[in-house]
Design a protein around this ligand. Sequence first.
Ligand code: SAH
Length: 351
Amino acid sequence: MTLKDRLIRLIETGGPIPVSTYMQLALHDRQDGYYATRPGLGQDFITAPETSQVFGELLGLWVVHEWQAIGSPAEFCLVEIGPGRGVLMQDALRMAFVAGGKPFADAMTLYLVEPSPALRDVQVERLAIYEPQFAEQASEVPALPTIILANEYLDCLPARQFRRDGEEWRECVVGLDGDGALAFGLAADGRSAPEGTAQTANCVEVQVGLDILVAELATRAANGLPVHALLIDYGPVDRAPGDSLRAFKDGEQVSPLLAPGETDLTVDVDFGRLKRIATSAGLDVHGPTPQGMFLLGLGAQARLNQLVKANEDDAEAIFNAAQRLIDPKDMGERFKVICLSSKDLPKPAGF
Ligand code: SAH
């Protein structure tokens, strides 16, 4: 039985499920979920570290800079949430070990937060020399100074969706149509507008995972640990995302209900809300700033010039790939970088 068949059964017996539950099962069902079984990284979608090594390398320099800025603690945790195929961390640590030398290498313990067994296998192979520890959740990482990186992780956190229905708001659900096929619908009972909803909005999405991450960072900060979490993703900065749920297969956009477990599901990240909840939890917030500006600020141009010089035969391909990360018409503006930090640390590089 496919995941789709199982979901249809589930809805037949228990009734429609919230969009967030659908997203959770389609991505993470142990048996048939997309990330658990057939992560199509590089096939269904291509991320920044998979596009150019400059991305991970500059983040590696950033990590060394921030580790030094908090006083080069003799022990700290470098955490990546959702490391995918491990390419970002591989590029980052190659560079960080050069820039930070032995003191950095000795101080760092690498933690990878990754629920997918299939991706853990890939990560352990690529990053074996750094002896990574695995965690299911960031909360399992020891209470030490912490630097977190996450690229394209927030956008796969399940979103609840709400739609305006006259004076009331209703939660969007996945149910069955007259032919017994998966279909979007609205929950029977209404509720008041979700927090932060603009008067003019007719549909909003709320990712509860953002609150969970912020709470974890705030707990560490409240315990006196220096913390930086550098998060990179797409989404609006000045309004809540409306209906942004979409699915990708082989680089093409398809219906989110077409083939649960076989397509990547993603939503826009509500950077405005992330900033609000982090600030009210007592964290310092830097950004969001466009990815292109951030990378240029970290020295993307100089690193690219070096690479091109050292690889003259591939110069054009190397140049074009790195340019995609920076170009405002490509990933440079659509992707944003935000850093959530414990209070009163030196301002992180790139902001
Ligand atoms: N950062 C990588 C991969 C992005 S794909 C890159 O830039 O190439 C999303 C990643 O997040 C995958 O590794 C996926 O398994 C992971 N992921 C999804 N949900 C997660 C969760 N709840 N906790 C931790 N990781 C998660």
